[in-house]
Design a protein around this ligand. Structure first.
Ligand code: AIR
Length: 189
């Protein structure tokens, strides 16, 4: 979908490193069972040529690992974190407490979840000063797009790729409208 992983950001900008080296986005999740949802974020980052790392971090089963991950993330060069969890999904909020990197939360409708609603409620009402940008239930792909939008603030190649991506979304809808019309669908636009 999105071409060219080799171009660099605008020279002299706040982020002029090549986007093919150090991971810029950290994808973490509470359990291996979340991977089938969270892998969509990895797919999108791959398509945009954004280097990322992906691993398991449970706030309840591996709390010290969570603190270590969050505290080292910025020093290791990460710019945005995407944190997914199901049920009592405390990972995004607690990671946000240990880093100033933006944290995007993905509520997951896991087997232990109350249709994902408990996870949403675990993420959205963060106390003032420690936000989590929560996307929709199971919306890992959107979390990745949001992460790329953040990186694109200082990266002309990514901004350009996002523009092209939006065009493909629009073109897809327009093609669907054409197909519907051919099948007899009558819209009045
Ligand atoms: N979880 C893991 N540690 C803390 C939480 N809240 C979540 C995982 C997963 C759900 O518990 O994010 O969505 C079920 O995990 P498991 O390992 O039992 O399949």
């Amino acid at each position: 979908m999105i071409p060219d992983t080799s171009t660099t950001a605008v020279p002299g900008s706040a982020d002029d490193r090549p986007v093919t080296e150090t991971p810029l986005v950290g994808i973490i999740m509470g359990s291996k069972s979340d991977l089938k949802i969270m892998s969509a974020a990895a797919d999108v980052l791959r398509q945009f040529g954004v280097p990322f790392e992906i691993t398991l971090v449970s706030p309840h089963r591996t709390p010290h690992r969570m603190v270590e991950y969050a505290e080292s993330a910025r020093k290791r060069g990460l710019r945005v974190l995407i944190a997914g969890g199901g049920g009592a999904a405390h990972l995004p909020g607690m990671v946000a407490a240990f880093t100033i990197l933006p944290v995007i939360g993905v509520p997951i409708n896991s087997t232990t979840s109350i249709q994902g609603l408990d996870s949403v409620l675990s993420m959205i009402q963060m106390p003032a000063g420690v936000p989590v940008a929560t996307v929709g239930i199971d919306s890992a792909a959107n979390a990745a797009v949001l992460a790329i939008q953040m990186l694109a603030i200082h990266n002309a190649r990514l901004a350009d790729s996002l523009e092209k991506y939006r065009t493909t979304l629009k073109d897809r809808v327009m093609r669907t409208i054409e197909e519907l019309r051919k099948g007899g669908f009558q819209d009045d636009v």
